[in-house]
Design a protein. Structure first.
Length: 334
């Protein structure tokens, strides 16, 4: 049972559960040191919240004022050496299914790596999930981290898919891309359900089990139109929604939307039967739109199960920054 070691709170070394009232500051420092290359604006905002909670923990607990974004940080384990937190793992239930769990923030201080700490943290996390009745557990790992991948593979995790993070930092002027035979009509509110169905068709079922396609991501109503007008007034890049249609059926779409840093993000969805036909022109239209509205950089997060899309993005000048692999394993029923 997990409780054989981790319920002791006074030890100076070894494994114990996260204590939200005293550990948040140290965990934030460890996460920042371990994942500095992967943190975006929202990640740094999370670390600031954690440090604030570390300073005001008891007071916030008394008031019931835990930020909702921090709930995911309150369950898991740390590894302590001489009173210092040198390892961490976060364990949270999936928001999509009661029997699915997520392991994240597996971090070990650099000078303590290679001592089996990460494996001990993972074993404690897996035992906790099994005791809670979990059936499936997932995590993400960089594809260029063979040490971590080896640990997870020996614990029974297997790769489900990957997400390639790309960045284009110098969008140059170009002629308008050559139109397709039927043109590229703009998606409207009436196309929302068709775009949602296309996204489901294009996403493997194993991926949807972990990351369900959200219908709300493909609603293009009055709110989006007003936001686009505001972007134009403020000199920012408005959204773009173009489609490749066959009669009334969507075969592909390209979307441009601003991310949390107000950087245009390119999303491309192509029907599995049509891959390799439209990707280059879809990317060209997206970049032409961004440059037309005085945007000079863009990002894309594209799945590895659509390599034709990644090839089109890199051919257009996007550079791969990193690839995160989604791994999953089943938990034995006790």
């Amino acid at each position: 049972m997990t409780s054989f070691a981790v319920q002791r709170r006074r030890e100076l070394s070894g494994l114990r559960p996260v204590d939200p009232l005293r550990d948040m500051d140290a965990i934030a420092d460890l996460i920042q040191a371990s994942f500095s290359d992967d943190l975006d604006q929202s990640g740094y905002a999370m670390l600031r919240e954690m440090r604030t909670m570390g300073r005001l923990g008891a007071f916030l607990w008394y008031l019931g004022g835990w930020g909702s974004s921090l709930h995911a940080m309150l369950s898991g384990f740390v590894w302590v050496e001489a009173g210092r937190i040198v390892g961490n793992v976060t364990v949270t239930p999936s928001p999509h299914a009661p029997d699915r769990w997520i392991i994240s923030n597996v971090a070990v201080a650099h000078e303590y790596r290679g001592r089996g700490i990460a494996r001990s943290l993972m074993n404690a996390a897996l035992e906790m999930i099994a005791e809670a009745g979990g059936r499936i557990v997932t995590l993400q790992v960089r594809d260029d981290n063979p040490v971590a991948r080896h640990i997870y593979e020996t614990l029974g995790f297997r790769v489900v898919c990957g997400t390639v993070y790309l960045h284009h930092d110098q969008i140059l002027p170009a002629e308008a891309p050559r139109p397709l035979s039927d043109g590229l009509p703009h998606l409207t509110g009436v196309d929302a359900e068709s775009a949602y169905r296309l996204a489901r068709l294009a996403t493997p079922s194993a991926v949807q089990a972990e990351w369900p396609v959200q219908r709300g991501c493909y609603r293009f109503g009055l709110e989006q139109l007003l936001l686009d007008q505001l972007c134009k007034l403020l000199g920012k890049v408005p959204s773009l929604r173009l489609a490749v249609k066959d009669a009334d059926t969507l075969r592909a779409v390209v979307l441009v939307r601003s991310n949390c840093r107000n950087v245009p993000q390119v999303e491309m969805i192509v029907h599995p039967d049509e891959r390799g036909r439209f990707e280059q022109q879809l990317v060209a239209y997206a970049l032409h739109h961004i440059y037309r509205w005085r945007g000079h950089e863009a990002v894309a997060h594209h799945p590895t199960y659509h390599p034709e899309g990644i090839a089109a993005l890199t051919a257009a000048g996007f550079r791969v920054k990193r690839t995160l692999l989604l791994m999953a394993r089943e938990i034995s029923v006790r």
